[in-house]
Design a protein around this ligand. Structure first.
Ligand code: SF4
Length: 483
């Protein structure tokens, strides 16, 4: 039956997108929360259990303070399904979406993460727009909008492969498990996987992102389904978890907490497969827009499970106590206090250029610790916004130079390369890791914060911060021993 024509104003789309962005940044969906909670309950490795506790506690803080779960408030990816009987009234549809993104990120003090020119200047747009927008025309007179907030720790782990046409389920499963083995550690595990199969190379990639909007099913739920795709999802889930990478890569029972596959017809000579990683901060929201009403498909909040603190009484070390830091051993869990600096990709680039040009650095790095972080700007009454670690390996090419100039250590997440390990050994430094995606919890450990260099870099400016009881684990100690 043909539907009647409805008129939807683009100014309403702007407000709706703004609301979706806000909600998705503050809350994961109940199914995601439930899987992470179940992982926490059954985790048998203490390190991983502790990380899962931090992740759940961080979600509670984000919900209470109405601040984003993670400082990487990410790329906004919008899936817009527009009924063919909708008449859009107002500005350009994509402009309306981008304006909604800008409003959400500005009003709520979310971090702007998008650069205009990806190759040369890489200047921040300072709006977090543009979004990546996928539009599809569907029957009916409503608009369905879904969006995913995607941080790049996990986005950078994504892969697209063109398998041989008859590679079949077994090779697809092997490829997915291999991708987890290679990349999960740098993607804030436990992760979930969106897998797109079929279509063309780009369409498989599109499907892999769209799959992240599907409900997450537990191992037990998947085991109850006997369709072939669910069987594949189950096998990928089981085999990935047999890798025992665990939360934050510390070793544990849950590395992957969800697998969703979407497929599409393909060419007789092709089998495209794309694997999209999402970190534990798997953030998305949906809405259906009618002419006279808006149906948000999310709960205003979620139900939290009981979690008891298993935080040990960590030994506290002041960052000025260089001997104590040099005597730490890999795997030691401590808390740090004192003054540190932040710097991430763009600031490192500038620092290295300054060194090459023989100019004086804007900060004295001798015996200092750099935290790889780009916090959200502070909201009212905040010292700093959510401030979790970013992936450290992107700084690997810069670190040996800085360590040779006296840098004592760094705090980040994920693995480092051999050159960094050797440099830490040579200079008797240290590399600490802290849990990615627990940005609200970590920002509560920051007692002072001021921008001291490169303010033009926005979120990537160098901050001087005073931390107190900041939880870290020694990932590479002063002997170069790595865990
Ligand atoms: S949880 Fe980790 S991977 Fe996810 S957005 Fe935050 S920093 Fe990035």
């Amino acid at each position: 039956m043909k539907s009647t024509i409805s008129t939807i104003k683009t100014e309403d789309i702007t407000e709706i997108i703004s609301k979706l962005c806000k909600h998705a940044n503050l809350y994961v969906s109940q199914d995601v929360y439930n899987q992470l909670y179940a992982a926490y309950l059954k985790e048998s490795y203490m390190e991983s259990k502790n990380v899962l506790w931090q992740i759940l506690e961080n979600m509670k803080i984000a919900s209470r303070t109405k601040r984003p779960i993670c400082q990487d408030t990410g790329f906004v990816v919008v899936f817009a399904e527009i009924g063919q009987d909708v008449r859009l009234q107002g500005c350009d549809f994509e402009d309306a979406i981008n304006l909604g993104v800008e409003k959400a990120y500005t009003r709520n003090k979310f971090r702007y993460s998008i650069v205009q020119d990806p190759i040369f200047e890489r200047t921040n747009t300072n709006t977090n727009a543009p979004a990546v927008i996928h539009t599809k025309i569907i029957p009916g007179n409503t608009i369905r909008l879904s969006l995913v907030i995607k941080g790049c720790g996990s986005e950078n782990a994504g892969v697209t492969m063109m398998l041989k046409p008859f590679a079949g389920a077994a090779e697809i499963i092997n490829s997915a498990v291999e991708a987890v083995r290679n990349s999960a550690r740098n993607s804030c595990p436990p992760v979930r996987l969106g897998i797109g199969i079929g279509g063309t190379m780009d369409y498989a990639s599109f499907l892999s992102k769209k799959a992240l909007l599907e409900p997450v099913r537990s191992e037990e739920e998947l085991a109850l389904s006997d369709d072939k795709v669910s069987r594949m999802e189950l096998e990928i889930l089981r085999r990935s978890n047999e890798l025992k990478i665990g939360a934050s890569g510390f070793g544990g029972d849950t590395t992957v907490f969800g697998v969703n596959i979407l497929s599409y017809p393909t060419h007789i000579a092709a089998l495209p497969v794309a694997i999209n990683f999402s970190c534990h901060a798997s953030r998305y929201a949906y809405v259906e827009v009618f002419e006279d009403q808006v149906k948000y498909k999310f709960q205003p909040d979620y139900e939290f499970g009981e979690i008891s603190s298993i935080q040990e009484n960590l030994k506290n070390i002041n960052v000025e106590d260089i001997n104590a830091i040099k005597n730490l051993k890999k795997g030691d869990r401590i808390s740090l206090s004192g003054y540190i600096y932040t710097a991430r990709d763009a600031a490192h680039q500038k620092i290295i250029e300054t060194i090459k040009n023989g100019q004086e650095l804007p900060i004295n790095i001798k015996n200092k610790i750099i935290y790889y972080a780009g916090p959200c700007p502070p909201a009212e009454n905040e010292i700093i916004g959510p401030a979790g670690p970013t992936t450290a390996f992107r700084m690997d090419k810069f670190t040996p130079t800085l360590m040779d100039m006296g840098l004592l250590g760094s705090i980040g997440k994920g693995k480092r390369n051999n050159e960094v390990t050797e440099s830490i050994k040579k200079n008797e430094g240290v590399y600490f890791v802290t849990t990615g995606g627990i940005a609200c919890l970590l920002s509560s450990k920051i007692k002072e914060a001021e921008v001291v260099a490169y303010p033009e870099l926005g979120a990537e400016a160098i901050y001087r911060m005073k931390i107190e009881d900041f939880p870290v684990t020694v990932a590479i100690d002063s002997t170069g021993d790595s865990f």
